[in-house]
Design a protein around this ligand. Structure first.
Ligand code: NIG
Ligand code: FE
Length: 433
């Protein structure tokens, strides 16, 4: 079925946050370039066939000869002075689960830590049974519901990990569920295989055997079926060691899959050996050796912070973002949407936490949630900025100043989302305000 997308014209945008080309560098934003938002006041954007075709001042757009001739065919959205920015790129989520983990939640409130809960049969392992028992269709339905919720918060690109099946069949089922849901969603999904999330109970005490299964059976099967673009590993105390992570990264590379990692959430892992595998991103980064920051800054790897997890786990401690930024590391922000450590899919919430607890400026938080998220997923050629030729991925927020996006925490200000040229949200395309 081919969908014919109506041309969309957004006019009277108070601040159009373009994040367009910030200089000669080709790569993720670092240092001062993270604050260059490329704002156009009183702006317009024209989208055609799912792509952005032009951006500029509203008065110039309205004088455009093509538009004058075709005005009747165009769906016009009057943004009445509000803010439009690139749709958020959420580069770290775990949407394939069946139940919230409410017992863990209560235990933590009573003082148990994330690791204590995991050791007492809670944590990631307690999400396995639900996924193993669920049908693919039921999982796909849950992922679809989450994707709709992501879009309603302004997110147009979502990285989605498997990682609660932890057997060949259940991991394949999880990734197929992601694929089914992705096909029915106008936004863009990037899939990641996270078979190395934890060692499942039946391999208790035999972690090397499980790593061999991941490397010799799961990765080849997933690569053959083209079910994932990335392979991820939870490299930390209680999950997988650096040596096991490297074995898994090497197997991924052998099958032409790129890699990313959960690193430094609970304990420090030296980054040098991992960087040798050119990971697209290393995420969490609460515990990082200062001596590794220069190597990280010299690489193309993005450090992705997920402050929703620090918040929800009730930690007083957040990654030292200023140190990363001052060292020239490219940083991104993501929600880490999952049932155990971060049940939020709001990028503005992640940005708000980054501003208040990690001292990132609102401008840095916006760049980290858009263009650098796109770099972290290796889709920056299509996503993350508002420029002619890029995918028509936009979020219209009911605010007058971009700094209000992380300022108003805990409420959803997204009025309209456009994903690959398809509009959805409380303010529908064609509606004039
Ligand atoms: O990123 N740390 C590993 N994975 C998730 C938690 C998953 C879970 O607790 O279910 C995270 O925080
Ligand atoms: Fe995670």
């Amino acid at each position: 079925m081919t969908t014919v997308l109506a041309p969309l014209l957004l006019i009277n945008i108070g601040q159009l946050v373009t994040l367009r080309d910030a200089g000669p560098q080709l790569g993720p934003r670092r240092g001062a370039s993270l604050s260059e938002l490329g704002i156009i006041q009183d702006a317009a954007v024209l989208c055609l066939g799912g792509k952005i075709v032009s951006i500029g001042a509203t008065k110039d757009a309205l004088r455009d000869p093509w538009l004058k001739k075709n005005r009747k065919k165009v769906v016009e959205i009057d943004c009445v002075g509000r803010v439009v920015l690139p749709g958020f790129v959420d580069s770290h989520t775990h949407p394939v689960f069946t139940q919230p983990r409410l017992v863990d939640f209560e235990k933590r409130i009573s003082g148990a830590s994330y690791e204590e809960i995991a050791a007492a049969h809670g944590g990631i392992r307690s999400s396995i049974e639900g996924v193993r028992k669920a049908t693919k269709a039921a999982l796909a339905q849950r992922v679809s519901a989450a994707l709709a919720d992501f879009a309603s918060h302004g997110t147009t690109t979502v990285e989605a990990k498997s990682g609660y099946g932890l057997s060949l069949d259940s991991e394949v089922k999880s990734l197929e569920a992601i694929r089914l849901a992705a096909r029915a969603w106008p936004g863009t999904v990037v899939s990641t295989f996270l078979g190395a999330h934890v060692v499942p109970p039946e391999y208790r005490g035999r972690s090397q055997e499980y790593v061999d299964l991941v490397c010799k059976e799961m990765i080849p099967a997933i690569a053959k079926r083209k079910l994932a673009q990335f392979v991820d590993v939870f490299c930390d105390r209680g999950a997988f060691s650096a040596a096991e992570t490297m074995q898994i990264f090497a197997a991924a590379k052998e099958h032409h899959l790129a890699v990313r990692g959960h690193v430094g959430q609970l304990s420090e892992t030296r980054l040098g050996p991992l960087l040798g595998y050119d990971p697209a991103s290393l995420d969490h980064m609460d515990y990082v050796n200062d001596a590794d920051l220069s190597a990280l800054a010299a690489s193309c790897t993005v450090a992705t912070f997920v402050p929703g997890a620090n918040y929800f786990l009730g930690l007083g401690r957040y990654p030292n973002a200023r140190h990363f930024l001052e060292s020239g590391v490219a940083v991104a922000l993501a929600t880490d949407y999952n049932p155990g450590s971060s049940p939020t899919l709001s990028m503005p919430m992640a940005m708000s936490l980054a501003c208040t607890h990690m001292k990132m400026s609102p401008a840095e938080a916006i760049a980290a949630a858009t263009v650098n998220g796109a770099w972290a997923l290796r889709v920056a050629n299509r996503k993350g900025t508002v420029e002619a030729g890029k995918d028509a991925d936009l979020a219209l927020l009911d605010v007058r100043d971009y700094r209000e996006i992380p300022y108003w925490f805990g409420s959803n200000r997204c009025a309209l989302t456009i994903a690959n040229g398809v509009a959805s949200g409380p303010l529908h395309a064609g509606e004039k305000t």
